[in-house]
Ligand binder design. Structure first.
Ligand SMILES: Cc1ncc(COP(=O)(O)O)c(C=O)c1O
Length: 386
């Protein structure tokens, strides 16, 4: 089965970048900020006090209570911190545990195409079959209920989706999600909703799939700290859902991970209690960069719909006459700007590249200058060929 899983298309690219100098990277999906100092300091103090041991398998009860409080206060969804919340080693582990808990051999899991690279891999690792549901620029990469509906078979067990989306930056409004909820209800699907970017939205309100009527008990909500609080290295996330899911996930987690790192849990607790202001400042800065990126790509003639979540843009590169892979590889080699081919995230990513704007405005402006030159060259070569 491992043969069916190709190496991550993103990693291949990063290995190439690592071998070059002076590359401006719009590639890696990681905040360029350090973790806010009060969060780091709280963790340092806990280490000084000797908090270096295992925690409960499910994670520190205080943190689970704080997570449950956050979900209730933000989205009005209630979870019992004792049985319905699990602290994980990032959302990465949450996706893997959810797939292993939900999938019986041969079950099909629907996944929006394009999506985060780990989704199809984790479905395959769990013995399931990933089934792409194409999305496109025409509908701003939102998942459409009719596209989900036509792919349902008697083997369909669930839907694994992540909005705001990596790689497109697309958001699904509650009204869009309500239509997906109807399909889930009708076909008795489990919904695994990766909401790692839920707080990172621009000009729209954060939402949670489980808050929709009837969805709480059929949804596993995955949430995290890596992006909104700039805490990728702390390896902390959580899963919230009905105890039949969280119980099954905890069973796997207790044997394979034992628990999430205690220093990360202490840091996450501080982030939830007092991190909103710093997270808000980072979000404002991402929003400023987002506007520069969208304007820049549209001016170059690489059409870019307005992404309203996460820190990604997904411009179309079709006008250059290159495939996504060719565009990303040549741009890197010729102008030393790294972007990720859209196809790394699924076949519907063809014709696009993922641009991560978690980098300084000056880097973005320099990258846009280089991309302008590159695209001009591509277009004149294309004209000569045509
Ligand atoms: C959609 C999505 N889910 C999960 C992850 C992994 O998050 P974590 O650092 O919490 O494991 C990422 C990281 O890029 C992501 O983009």
């Amino acid at each position: 089965m491992l043969d069916k899983v190709p190496p991550s298309g993103i990693r291949k690219f990063f290995d190439l970048i690592a071998s070059m100098d002076d590359v401006i990277s719009l590639g890696v999906g990681e905040p360029d900020f350090a973790t806010p100092w009060h969060i780091t300091e709280t963790a340092i103090r806990s280490l000084e006090q000797g908090l270096t041991m295992y925690t409960s398998n499910c994670g520190m009860l205080e943190l689970r209570q704080e997570v449950a409080g956050h979900l209730k206060a933000t989205y009005g969804v209630e979870y019992d911190p004792e049985t319905e919340v699990l602290i994980t080693n990032g959302v990465s582990e949450g996706v893997d545990l959810a797939m292993r808990a939900v999938i019986d051999p041969g079950d099909e899991i629907l996944i929006p195409d394009p999506s985060y690279v780990a989704y199809p891999a984790c479905v395959l690792f769990a013995g399931g079959q990933p089934v792409w549901v194409p999305t496109s620029c025409d509908s701003e990469f939102r998942l459409r209920p009719e596209d989900v509906g036509v792919r349902i078979t008697e083997r369909t067990k669930g839907l694994l989706m992540g909005y705001p989306s990596n790689p497109t930056g697309a958001v699904m409004e509650l009204s869009d999600l309500a239509k997906i909820a109807d399909v889930a209800e009708r076909h008795d699907l489990v919904v695994i909703s990766d909401e790692i970017y839920s707080l990172m939205v621009y000009g729209t309100e954060p939402n949670c799939f489980a808050s929709l009527p009837g969805m709480r008990d059929r949804t596993i909500v995955l949430g995290g700290f890596s992006k909104a609080y700039a805490m990728t290295g702390w390896r902390i996330g959580y899963a919230a859902g009905d105890s039949r899911f969280i119980g099954a996930m905890t069973k796997i987690h207790q044997y394979t991970a034992l628990c999430a790192p205690i220093m990360g849990q202490v840091a996450a607790l501080e982030a939830l209690r007092a991190g909103a202001e710093e997270a808000g400042k980072m979000l404002e800065e991402y929003d400023r960069r987002r506007r520069v990126v969208i304007k820049g790509f549209n001016e170059i003639g690489l059409n870019c719909f307005e992404p309203r979540g996460a820190f990604y843009a997904f411009p179309s590169i079709v006008s250059t006459g290159l495939t996504s892979e060719q565009f990303a590889e040549r741009l890197l080699l010729e102008e030393k700007v790294a972007v990720v081919p859209g196809t790394a995230f699924g076949p519907s990513g063809e014709g696009h590249v993922r641009v991560c704007y978690a980098t300084s405005i000056s880097n973005i402006e320099e990258a846009l200058k280089r991309i302008t030159l590159f695209v001009k060259r591509c277009r004149s070569k294309k004209r000569a060929r045509d």
